[in-house]
Structure formats: structure tokens, C-alpha cells
Design a protein around this ligand. Structure first.
Ligand SMILES: CC(C)(COP(=O)(O)OP(=O)(O)OC[C@H]1O[C@@H](n2cnc3c(N)ncnc32)[C@H](O)[C@@H]1OP(=O)(O)O)[C@@H](O)C(=O)NCCC(=O)NCCS
Length: 355
């Protein structure tokens, strides 16, 4: 069953969730894709309406969580706060000790619904503002941007945010999903499994690369500067963030969609600046590494998504947390699969040599 949650063809650049290509899935609401991942099939109209209503009804976080956010250190990445608050709110979940499928489903809904509210509240408080309560009339993506800004996003911005969550939602047995599964395999609770995923996602070789891409785009400063920047990095044998992948040996299919979306946003905002820096960076990396050296180093999921966050006015500090908002549905789908197996994951040490 776990192999069907998603499928990757790293040579052809194909990604499917539950046997459906991501290019089709990005046309759906995030809630439908979340349902697909967790339940194994796409919802009908009524099932989607019920699932969305349950998610929208669980978006609020309690006063205690807001108080803890106020005590966080805002000088560091938001992932530290997100990890802490997800762990903190688990104590208030009435189903924390109920590991039945029904209890786990209720926890899953709360986790998916509340994580965007935690991230947005953190952002507001870090910037000296009061948190904005969730608006149940808005989609997952639109509501997140609304809670961050205090005003409703444009239709295009909301659509891009939804697609970002969808493209980030699942990716087979990546490092953070593996962590979540290992925790679930001990029959520990779903919050603990999600916290494991968060701890692993934050590393710069995994979800943390998105924030590094944003910092890189700021550092490059102009499209003309991109070539020089890349050449200098490569001469120092440093990696260019947002490029390369353990599984894809061609263009990451999520990167293809993110590139189109970032161009669309750039055009809509009448500001091609960051897009052009990114394109010039991509051109140089492909020329230097793919064409000259034959290495399959193309933009991955984090490259053009980082560009999108610049256009959405999202600071780098939030980038990995936003990745987590999308990815939590994938972690949960894997945890449910692992709970069914009731088998502990216990690799032998010699297997590390193959990693
Ligand atoms: C994702 C990543 C960890 C995959 O690692 P991997 O499969 O173990 O590949 P390696 O690190 O062994 O790289 C293989 C070769 O390509 C080069 N390479 C890989 N990614 C590169 C990058 N982003 N920039 C420059 N060179 C890169 C390596 O230097 C290595 O060269 P060598 O064979 O001459 O030593 C790696 O590509 C990377 O660190 N990318 C940047 C971080 C990033 O964007 N992470 C998000 C992943 S979704």
C-alpha cells in the first residue's frame, strides 16, 4: 500500500499521488488532494464538502498556544516555533491517547487544519501584530495568506498558494516522511510522528533549501550578476541551493509547474526581476553542470517555489514551515499506512553505508 501513496519516475520526471499525475492534481483544491492522499481515492462532491467543512472547523488554535508563540525567539527560523507548538497543542487534543483509526482521523484533521494557523500566528506576532483568526469561507491557501496579511489575497495568489501546498504534499520516502513513519511504527501518536517529520524537514539539504534559495536570490542582486555568482560558487565547490535531487535525474516535475507559476505571478505583478534572476541562475547551472559536465543537476522543488514566495511577500523564515503545511497530509498518509502494518521499522546499521 505505501508504495502507492506516491510514485516517482526519476528518469522521466514523473510524480503521481495515488496513481494520479501531479499535473492533474494541481487543478484540484488542496483539500481534495489531502483527502486523496489520506483516504486513498479522490473524494466525491459530498465527501469533499464534508472533509473541507471538518478542516475549516478545526483551524483555530487555543489561547495557550498563542501565549507560547508570544514567548518564542523570533530571530530564528519559524520551524523552531512550529515544532514546539505542534508538540505543545498535542496535550490539548482529546484524542491524544486514542490510536483507533477514528481517533487518528480526528487528530489528522486537526493537524492539517491548525498548522497553517500556527505559522500565520507566529508570523503576525513576530512582526508586532495580533494574529488574524481563520476565515472558514476561504480555501486552505487563501485562508493562509489572509491570516498572514490580514487582507484577502488575489485569486491568482490564492491559486498559487493552493498549488504550492499540493506540490509539497507528498514525495514517497523522503527523509522527513521516513522519520514520521519510523515514529508511527513504534505506535507512538500522530502528533509525535508529525513533530519527527518537522524536525527532519528543517535541514538545509531537505525542506530548508527553500529559504536558502530565497537568500541566494537576494544575494545575487541582478540577473546580470547570476552567472558570476554561480561560477564563483562552483569554483569553491559549493552547492547551488534548489538544484539537484537524490531521485530525479532530470527536471523535477514539481519544478516545472513552479517555474510556470512564478512566471505567471511575476507577469501579474508587473515585476520580472526575481524571475529573471532565477532564470539566469538556472541557465548558468545547466550550462556548467549538465551541458559541460554531464551531471543531472536541474532545479528541484525548492528553486522556483522560493521565487514564488518572494512574489507573495513571504519572508525566508517562513519558507520551510510553509513546506510543512503542504507536506503534513503526506506524512499522515504514510503514518496511517504504518499504523495498519503494526510493525516497527528497525534497519540494521550496515544499511547506512547505502545512504
Ligand atoms: C539534493 C541533494 C542533497 C542530492 O544529493 P545526492 O543525490 O547525494 O547528490 P550528491 O550530493 O552526491 O551530488 C552528486 C554530484 O553533483 C553535484 N551536485 C549535486 N547537487 C548540486 C548542486 N545543488 N550544486 C552544485 N553541484 C551539485 C555534487 O557536487 C556531486 O558532484 P561530484 O560527483 O563531482 O562530487 C543535492 O543535490 C544538494 O545538496 N542540493 C542542494 C540542496 C537542495 O536543493 N536540497 C533540496 C532537495 S529537494
Amino acid at each position: 500500500m505505501s508504495k502507492n501513496i506516491s510514485f516517482i519516475d526519476g528518469l522521466e520526471g514523473i510524480l503521481k499521488y495515488r496513481e494520479i499525475d501531479i499535473n492533474q492534481l494541481v487543478e484540484l483544491p488542496y483539500d481534495a488532494v489531502s483527502y486523496l492522499l489520506i483516504m486513498g481515492e479522490l473524494p466525491g462532491d459530498q465527501e469533499l464538502a464534508d472533509y473541507s467543512a471538518r478542516l475549516r472547523g478545526e483551524r483555530e488554535i487555543n489561547r495557550e498556544a498563542i501565549d507560547v508563540i508570544r514567548m518564542c525567539n523570533f530571530n530564528i527560523d519559524s520551524m523552531e516555533a512550529l515544532r514546539t507548538i505542534v508538540s505543545f497543542i498535542s496535550q490539548f487534543d482529546p484524542d491524544i491517547n486514542d490510536n483507533s483509526p477514528e481517533g487518528n482521523m480526528r487528530k489528522a484533521i486537526r493537524l492539517i487544519a491548525k498548522i497553517p494557523t500556527i505559522v500565520a500566528a507566529y508570523h503576525r506576532i513576530a512582526n508586532g501584530k495580533e494574529p488574524v483568526p481563520p476565515d472558514p469561507s476561504l480555501s486552505h491557501g487563501a485562508n493562509f495568506l489572509y491570516m498572514i496579511r490580514g487582507s484577502k489575497p488575489s485569486d491568482l495568489e490564492a491559486e498559487v498558494m493552493e498549488k504550492d501546498f499540493i506540490l509539497s504534499a507528498e514525495h514517497e520516502l523522503n527523509a522527513s516522511t521516513f522519520s514520521s513513519r519510523v515514529t508511527a511504527s513504534t505506535l507512538s501518536d500522530l502528533y509525535s510522528a508529525v513533530v519527527s517529520g518537522l524536525c527532519t524537514l528543517k535541514g538545509p539539504l531537505h525542506g530548508g533549501a527553500r529559504a536558502e534559495v530565497m537568500a541566494m536570490i537576494d544575494e545575487i542582486s541582478s540577473p546580470e550578476d547570476a552567472e558570476k555568482y554561480v561560477l564563483e560558487k562552483l569554483a569553491k565547490k559549493e552547492k547551488i541551493m534548489g538544484f539537484g535531487h537524490r531521485v530525479y535525474k532530470t527536471y523535477d516535475p514539481r519544478g516545472v509547474v513552479f517555474k510556470q507559476l512564478s512566471r505567471q505571478l511575476a507577469e501579474a505583478k508587473g515585476n520580472m526581476y526575481w524571475y529573471e534572476i532565477a532564470e539566469a541562475t538556472e541557465r548558468t547551472v545547466i550550462r556548467e553542470l549538465v551541458e559541460k559536465k554531464g551531471k543531472p543537476i536541474y532545479p528541484n522543488v525548492d528553486f522556483y517555489s522560493g521565487v514564488i514566495y518572494k512574489y507573495l511577500d513571504i519572508p525566508p523564515k517562513l519558507a520551510t514551515s510553509i513546506f510543512a503545511i503542504g507536506r503534513v497530509s503526506g506524512w499522515i498518509a504514510h503514518c496511517f499506512d504504518q499504523y495498519e502494518k503494526k510493525k516497527i521499522i528497525r534497519p540494521r546499521a550496515f544499511m547506512l553505508d547505502e545512504c
